[in-house]
Ligand binder design. Structure first.
Ligand code: BG6
Ligand code: MG
Length: 224
């Protein structure tokens, strides 16, 4: 790999625990539709766009042909309404352990920072957290034709930062996100269980364990 120049972060589940709010809102909507989803199933929703998540839930409940496109839009909007209300309570104290320190350390060393989140709510969450200005670029997911696991969103982040993909580290908590980073030709850092993060070049089980020094050592070691 080239010398690392940029770090590209996923948001939900990496910077703040909004992944939990997504789960809560989807679980409520699914249950209204008579579909039960659990945490294991939820792993497959992480990193996936709003409409694709709904599709997966409907397939899971064997209801894939039950609703028109318009009804699906309404169902997704209902989930989002609950989610938007839930995230209003987010503040600076909800930045996951170790993340604020890592961001400041990265900035003091001159690395470029970007957000590659599938969420249309990402800018609002970053504002609630009070860290929006720390990022040099935030990819607008509505401009990306194919979501994660396609590499497009991470490649777009690198492009906005004017950095080559092999000089980027991507940090993710979703299986689809790790695949996206790997396909983009970047070094992938996973946050999560060994099982969920098995494709990551390096993984930790909690954001508290993320350290710039260790990540750079792993990049050296991996020689990808
Ligand atoms: C991703 C989450 O970051 O954003 C997914 O991991 C979510 O769970 C997706 O579905 C889309 O988010 P939003 O806020 O646009 O519905
Ligand atoms: Mg995530």
């Amino acid at each position: 790999m080239a010398k690392i120049k940029a770090f590209i972060f996923d948001l939900d589940g990496v910077i703040t625990d909004s992944a939990e709010y997504h789960y809560h809102a989807w679980k409520n909507l699914a249950s209204e539709l008579g579909i039960n989803i659990d945490r294991e199933f939820n792993e497959k929703l992480k990193g996936i766009s709003r409409m694709d998540s709904l599709e997966r839930i409907l397939v899971h409940g064997n209801q894939q042909d039950r609703y028109s496109e318009k009804e699906k839009e309404q169902l997704a909007a209902k989930k989002n309404d609950e989610y938007v209300t839930l995230i209003e309570q987010i503040s600076e104290k909800d930045i996951l352990p170790g993340i604020a320190t890592l961001i400041d350390e990265l900035k003091s060393h001159g690395y470029q920072l970007a957000i590659a989140s599938a969420s249309k709510n990402a800018p609002a969450i970053l504002s609630y957290l009070g860290i929006k200005e720390k990022f040099d670029a935030i990819v607008d997911p509505s401009t990306i034709a194919k979501g994660k696991p396609d590499p497009a969103i991470f490649l777009e982040a690198a492009k906005l930062l004017k950095v080559e993909p092999d000089a980027c580290v991507g940090i993710e908590d979703a299986e689809a996100g790790i695949e996206s980073i790997n396909k983009a030709g970047m070094f992938s850092v996973g946050v999560g269980s060994e099982e969920a993060m098995k494709e990551a070049h390096y993984y930790v089980t909690s954001t508290a364990e993320l350290s710039l020094e260790q990540i750079l050592k792993e990049v050296e070691k991996a020689n990808v």
